[in-house]
Write a protein that binds this ligand. Structure first.
Ligand code: FAD
Ligand code: NAP
Length: 542
C-alpha cells in the first residue's frame, strides 16, 4: 500500500509548551502546520512526570505563558509552586483556548526527518505510517524527555510493582502497607521521597550522590497578593527577560526597575553573607543560588554557600551519620541543578525511612524481590526509579535526522552537540530546535526561554516570507564561534565541575560538553536580537 504524503509549511515534533506555542504562532502567521506528539495528550514534561510530589520549582506566576495577557489574567494558580496536575490542566486549557488540538497527532512518534537536497524541504515519517513534507521542521522535543534507565543488572527481573518517575502511570498509585525502595536523589527523587514516605510502610532510599536541596516554602497563594501581582504582570514579565539571571523573577508586588545588581562575596563580611543566605533560605526556592552574586563563579563564595547548606542539613537531620551522608561534597553547590523541596531532609527523621548509600558499594543487581547491595537484598514490594534523563540531545538523536547530502545529526554531533545559538545547525537547513543545546534552556525558567525562541523563529520566518526566501542555514563559522563562546562562558563558571547531566555525565559514552549557555536569559536575548538586527548575521539565506 502506498502512503500518501501530506504537505505543510512547517512540521513540529512535540506538543509540550514549546510545540504548542510554536503551532499557535505559526497559525497566526497564516502558515500550515502539523504537530506530532508521542504522548496521548499535550503538556510534555507535565504529561509524563506524574510521580508523587511533582511540581515546578519556578513560581507558578512566572512559570506560565506570557504571550497572552488575557490568559495570564484568567488562569488561577493555587500554590506558589504549581503541582503537576495543575500544570497539566493549564497545558490542556491552553490547547483548548487556542484550539490547538486539531493539528496535533497524538500517540505518534516521529522516527525520521530527512532534508531533501533537491526540493529543499523536510520529509518526516512516523511510527504510525505518516509521511509528511514540510518546508521547515521545528524540533520541540524537550530537553528532559528521554528517561534514563540505570545500567543496573536485573532491572527487568523485579517482580513487585515497578515505576519510573518520568513514565508514571495515569491511574492512582498506592504505597499503603508497602515496603518501597527508590533509586535516584535528583530533583525528581527529592520531590517524591517525602510524599511516598507519608504513605509507605517503609521507604528505603538508595543514594549514590547526594544533591543540594533548598526548601521551596511552598504555600497556597494569597488571592490579594495574586490580584496585586497581576496588576503589574506585564512589567514582571519584562523583568523575567532581562539581565544575566535565569528568568525566575521575584515575588515583590512592585516590579523592580531594571536588572538586579549582584552583591559579590568579596563585598560582604561573613556575617553579612550568612544573613543573605539565611534570608534566601527562609524565603525559599532556587533563587538561593543567586543570593550571593558570584556563588556560581567564585570557589570561595560557593564553598561558603555549601557550608551553609551542610549546616542546615546537620541542624535538620537528627541522626548525624545520616546527615553526613546527605551532605554533598563532590560538586560545588548549584553546578548540578539545585533541588527545591518540601520536607526532604526532615523526612530522614521518620522511623519508616532509611538511607542506604550506594556510593562506595554500588547496587549490584535488582533481584525478583528487591535491591542487592553488598551481597544483601533489601526486600521490596515496590521499586521506584528516579534516575534522570538523556538530557538535551537525547530526544533529537533518537530521531533519524539527516541534513544536506544525508549527513546524520548523530554523526555531526559525535563529539557533542554543535549549534548556532541553540537554534539552528549548519548543514541542516530550515531546521529549528527550540531550547536546543547552546541556549540558556535548562539553566532558565523554561517558559521564558521557550517563548523567546519561538518568537525569534517567527520573526525569522516572517522575514523570509516577506523577502520570498526559501532556505535559511547556519553558517559553519558562526556555529564554531558560538560553540566556543558557549564553552568559554561555561569555563568562567563552576558549572563544568558539577559532573552533571548538563555535561552529559550521567549517560555512559555521551561526550562531556557543557550544553546550556550560562550567560543568562537577558544576555542571550540581546545576542539573538543583535543577530536579527544585523540581517541575520551568521545565517545564509537563499
Ligand atoms: P517537553 O515538555 O519535554 O515536551 C516535548 C514533547 O516532545 C514530549 O511530550 C515528548 O513526548 C515529545 N517528543 C519527543 N520526541 C518525540 C518524537 N520523536 N516524536 C513525537 N513526539 C516526541 N523547567 C522549569 O523552568 N521550571 C520547572 O520547575 C521545571 N520542572 C521540571 C520538572 C520535571 C519533572 C522535569 C522533567 C522538567 C522540568 N522542567 C522545569 C523542564 C521542563 O522540561 C520545561 O520547563 C518544559 O516543560 C519543556 O517544554 P518543552 O515543550 O520544550 O518540552
Ligand atoms: P537527575 O538529577 O539526573 O537524578 C538522577 C538520580 O539517579 C541521581 O541521583 C543519580 O545518581 C541516580 N542514579 C542514576 N543511576 C543510578 C545508579 N545506577 N545507581 C544509583 N543511583 C543512580 O534526574 P531527575 O531527578 O529526574 O532530574 C533531572 C532534571 O529534571 C532536574 O535536574 C531538573 O532540571 C528537572 N526536574 C525539575 C524538577 C522540579 O523541581 N521542578 C523536578 C524533577 C526534575 P548520580 O548523581 O550518582 O548519578
Amino acid at each position: 500500500m502506498s502512503i500518501k504524503t501530506e504537505v505543510f509549511d512547517v512540521a513540529i515534533v512535540g506538543a509540550g509548551f514549546a510545540g504548542m506555542y510554536m503551532l499557535h504562532r505559526l497559525r497566526q502567521m497564516g502558515l500550515t502546520a502539523i504537530v506530532f506528539e508521542a504522548g496521548d495528550d499535550v503538556g510534555g514534561t507535565w504529561y509524563w512526570n506524574r510521580y508523587p510530589g511533582a511540581r515546578c520549582d519556578a513560581e507558578s506566576l512566572a512559570y506560565s505563558f506570557s504571550f497572552s495577557p488575557e490568559l495570564e489574567q484568567e488562569w488561577e494558580w493555587s500554590e506558589r509552586y504549581a503541582p503537576q496536575p495543575e500544570i497539566l490542566a493549564y497545558a490542556r486549557h491552553v490547547s483548548e483556548r487556542f484550539d490547538l488540538r486539531r493539528d496535533i497527532h497524538f500517540e505518534t512518534r516521529v522516527t525520521s526527518a530527512h532534508y531533501q537536497d533537491d526540493s529543499l524541504n523536510w520529509h518526516l515519517e512516523t511510527d504510525k505510517g505518516h509521511s509528511v513534507v514540510a518546508n521547515f521542521c521545528v524540533m520541540a522535543t524537550g530537553c528532559l524527555s528521554v528517561p534514563q534507565l540505570p545500567d543496573i543488572p536485573g532491572v527487568q527481573d523485579f517482580k513487585g510493582n515497578f515505576y519510573q518517575a518520568s513514565m508514571w502511570p495515569h491511574d492512582p498509585v498506592s504505597f499503603k502497607g508497602q515496603r518501597v525502595g527508590i533509586i535516584g536523589t535528583g530533583s525528581s527523587g527529592i520531590q517524591a521521597i517525602p510524599v511516598i514516605a507519608e504513605e509507605a510502610d517503609h521507604l528505603t532510599v538508595f543514594q549514590r550522590t547526594p544533591n543540594f536541596s533548598v526548601p521551596a516554602k511552598n504555600e497556597p497563594l494569597d488571592q490579594n497578593w495574586v490580584d496585586e501581582f497581576k496588576k503589574h504582570y506585564r512589567a514582571h514579565r519584562e523583568n523575567h527577560k532581562v539581565g544575566n539571571g535565569s528568568g525566575f523573577g521575584d515575588l515583590n508586588i512592585e516590579p523592580r526597575e531594571g536588572p538586579i545588581e549582584p552583591v559579590l562575596r568579596s563585598q560582604l563580611t561573613d556575617e553579612e553573607a550568612t544573613q543573605i543566605l539565611e534570608d534566601a533560605w527562609e524565603s525559599g526556592g532556587a533563587r538561593f543560588m543567586g543570593a550571593i552574586g558570584d556563588q556560581l563563579m567564585n570557589e570561595e563564595a560557593n564553598r561558603f554557600a555549601m557550608e551553609f547548606v551542610h549546616r542546615k542539613i546537620h541542624e535538620t537531620v537528627k541522626d548525624q551519620e545520616t546527615a553526613n551522608l546527605l551532605c554533598p561534597t563532590n560538586h560545588p553547590i548549584g553546578t548540578r541543578r539545585i533541588c527545591v523541596d518540601t520536607d526532604y531532609y526532615e523526612t530522614y527523621n521518620r522511623k519508616n525511612v532509611s538511607l542506604v548509600s550506594v556510593k562506595d558499594n554500588p547496587i549490584e543487581k535488582i533481584t525478583e524481590h528487591g535491591v542487592m547491595v553488598n551481597g544483601e537484598v533489601t526486600e521490596l514490594d515496590t521499586l521506584v526509579l528516579a534516575t534522570g534523563f538523556d538530557a538535551m540531545t537525547g530526544a533529537l538523536l533518537n530521531i533519524d535526522i539527516r541534513g544536506k547530502e544525508g549527513l546524520l545529526l548523530s554523526d555531526k554531533w559525535h563529539a557533542g552537540p554543535r549549534s548556532y545559538l541553540g537554534i539552528a545547525v549548519s548543514d541542516f537547513p530550515n531546521l529549528f530546535t527550540i531550547t536546543g543545546p547552546g541556549s540558556p534552556s535548562v539553566l532558565s525558567n523554561m517558559l521564558v526561554s521557550i517563548e523567546q525562541h519561538v518568537e525569534w523563529m517567527i520573526d525569522c520566518l516572517t522575514h523570509m516570507k516577506k523577502k520570498d526566501l526559501k532556505v535559511i542555514e547556519a553558517q559553519p563559522q558562526a556555529e564554531d564561534r558560538w560553540v566556543s563562546h558557549v564553552n568559554d562562558v561555561a569555563n568562567m563558571t563552576l558549572f563544568p565541575k558539577g559532573g552533571s547531566w548538563y555535561l552529559g555525565a550521567n549517560v555512559k559514552g555521551k561526550p562531556r560538553i557543557f550544553m546550556p549557555y550560562a550567560a543568562g536569559v537577558g544576555a542571550y536575548r540581546e545576542v539573538c536580537d543583535e543577530v536579527t538586527a544585523k540581517d541575520y548575521e551568521g545565517f545564509t539565506f537563499h
